[in-house]
Design a binder for this molecule. Structure first.
Ligand code: HEC
Ligand code: HEC
Length: 293
């Protein structure tokens, strides 16, 4: 057998011997049962049940079998759940190919992050373009326009017009605690002009970061309706609604990537599953807005 152990190694040889023994024992036991089927006489005690004259022998499970069944059940749970290192436990902490792969990816991502941490705008845009082509273009189209309404039109997302449209038609699916901005027109706001006034205030003083001095009173009053959810400063009440100080900016897009969106147009997956590193998310967000004036 030495040629075998040389070929398979010592442990494998044991496994093969075990498998061979199992096959032999199984065949032997099966043979006994086949013989019994042919020759066994009726014996034993009948149970009192009778189904259309068909009766059943009392055939209780032998105690030893019942005990080993229970013991094996308990061991199965232990085997799967017990931490590595304990006896008879699955070696969860031991080497695995998946583990090695995950470690390599993590190490690579760390290197990537260190290398590109301070990438400038042009580099981010270039990196973002490749990410976009692979991860976003299948839904948003290479030209970012949303493939005829299948996904959001990213050539206009974040503009005044798209803010007006979000308010008029409502917006949902980013999964904020306030859940949904129901269509405002006819609800909290009676005319589209008022929406435009509010958005004017938003883009000037909140996402536009101009100092709010000498503000137009009509714009401010219209904004106060929005402030009931977004807060007067637009920051979103500590995360209950989106932070509109970032509206139309790459930081808002990165937030969308982390959250995913189940909106009125359709559903976009979250990219928070390790598919993209933080820098890649930032890069693709910069790229989306890169051809705005
Ligand atoms: C009832 C609370 C509420 C009010 C009032 C409200 N919003 Fe919102 N707003 C939200 C929530 C919640 C979201 C996130 C919706 C989502 O998940 O897409 C949101 C999202 C937005 C967005 C981002 C849309 C996008 O494309 O992701 C803009 C812009 C916005 N609101 C502007 C406004 C303006 C302007 C007003 C006032 C006219 C206003 N909101 C009033 C709750 C509100
Ligand atoms: C599986 C298809 C799909 C993929 C992949 C996808 N999106 Fe989207 N995206 C959508 C859909 C659909 C919407 C519109 C959701 C809605 O409002 O109903 C959307 C909306 C958006 C919005 C607007 C969110 C808002 O708050 O209005 C942005 C920004 C965006 N996507 C960016 C991206 C970027 C960047 C990528 C690539 C990293 C990407 N998307 C990948 C389908 C996709």
């Amino acid at each position: 057998m030495s040629w075998l152990s040389e070929y398979y190694g010592y442990i494998n040889l044991l496994a093969i011997a075990g498998a061979a023994a199992t096959v032999v024992i199984t065949a032997f036991v099966a043979a006994i049962y086949f013989k019994n089927i042919k020759s066994a006489k009726k014996s034993g005690e009948l149970s009192s049940d009778s189904w259309d004259g068909i009766k059943e022998y009392k055939n209780p499970l032998p105690l030893g079998w019942a005990v080993s069944f229970l013991v094996l059940c308990i061991w199965a749970i232990w085997y799967m759940l017990a931490p590595a290192g304990l006896p008879f436990a699955y070696p969860l902490g031991a080497y695995s190919q998946i583990g090695e792969y995950n470690e390599e990816v993590a190490a690579y991502n760390e290197k990537f992050t260190a290398q590109w941490q301070n990438a400038d705008e042009a580099t981010l845009k270039e990196m973002g373009e490749s990410v976009f082509i692979v991860q976003c273009a299948p839904c948003h189209g290479l030209d970012k326009s949303g493939i005829g309404g299948k996904a959001a039109d990213l050539t206009t997302w974040g503009t005044k017009e798209s803010a007006v449209s979000s308010v008029v038609h409502g917006s949902k699916g980013l999964n904020y605690p306030f859940e949904e901005m129901a269509p405002m027109l006819g609800g909290l706001i009676s005319s589209e002009d008022d929406v435009r006034l509010a958005v004017e205030y938003l883009t000037k003083y909140i996402s536009g970061a101009q100092p709010a001095v000498n503000v137009n009173e009509a714009e401010y009053n219209a904004w106060l309706i929005c402030a009931s959810c977004h807060d007067t400063d637009g920051a979103g009440m500590g995360g209950a609604a989106p932070d509109l100080r970032n509206y139309g900016k790459s930081a808002f897009i990165t937030e969308v990537l982390n959250r995913g969106k189940e909106g009125y147009i359709g559903s976009m997956p979250s990219f928070n599953d390790g598919r993209l590193t933080d820098i890649q998310k930032q890069a693709v967000s910069v790229y989306v807005l890169s051809d705005r004036q």
